[in-house]
Write a protein that binds this ligand. Structure first.
Ligand code: 13P
Ligand code: ZN
Length: 210
């Protein structure tokens, strides 16, 4: 087996997360990423029979059973991923019972997956239903958009029209618009369900005051 640290997947993740940190979209431990991996992306590096530990999932993720994800760790900083991937991210498989993550690589030093795990998994379920090519859920804290949620009506259509109006490229990048989930406690199944609901019609959801 080759070292997963040296894989294309880890190289790309490190590059992306370092950029996001540098651009100020992911201050401190803000934000998280999960990436649904195709088998050929990890099969030279990871033995799928070698489960290092299991981590409970607090809802039924059975629709994703057998799928393998790269997920960022909770409390971890995006700037550290490039140099120290194994302590900051992990590769997990959704167990057949849908109630556990099977850790196949990383999450060293007892690192746990992001506190937004319900949002990531429920959002993968929602997006895969409308787009079989879907692979990544990315959560970040872009300051201008957060500021906008303090002063703008939190309505999908109104928010979309204002964003489209800010620059010409917006309508090209997200022609399906954005969904808005008004403030609710983060890291919960409730915010995950509300977000997944919006993702049937669009691929970007804004969380109010978050
Ligand atoms: P984690 O450090 O648990 O990923 O949480 C960061 C965050 O952005 C919560 O919404
Ligand atoms: Zn957040």
């Amino acid at each position: 087996m080759k070292e997963f640290e040296k894989s294309k997947v880890i190289e790309e993740l490190g590059e992306i997360t370092s950029n996001m940190y540098r651009l100020g979209w992911n201050e401190r431990n803000g934000g998280n990423i999960s990436w649904l991996l195709d088998e050929e992306m990890y099969s030279d590096y990871i033995d799928p029979k070698n489960v290092k530990r299991t981590i409970p999932v607090e809802f039924d993720a059975g629709e994703l059973k057998g799928k393998v994800f790269l997920i960022t760790g909770t409390g971890k900083y995006f700037k550290d991923i490039e140099k120290h991937p194994a302590e900051n991210v992990g590769v997990v498989r959704i167990a057949d019972n849908g109630k556990e993550l099977e850790v196949l690589w990383g999450f060293e030093g007892n690192t746990r997956p992001t506190s937004e795990l319900p949002t990531h998994l429920m959002n993968h379920i929602a997006r895969l239903k409308v787009d079989p090519e879907h692979r990544v859920v990315m959560h970040c804290h872009p300051v201008n958009v957060i500021a906008m949620t303090f002063v703008h009506e939190q309505d999908d259509k109104a928010f979309t029209l204002s964003l489209w109006g800010t620059c010409t490229e917006c309508v090209l990048v997200f022609p399906d618009g954005v969904g808005v989930v008004p403030w609710m406690p983060a890291g919960t199944n409730a915010i995950a369900e509300a977000t997944a609901e919006k993702l049937h019609d669009c691929h970007i959801v804004i969380w109010g005051q978050h």
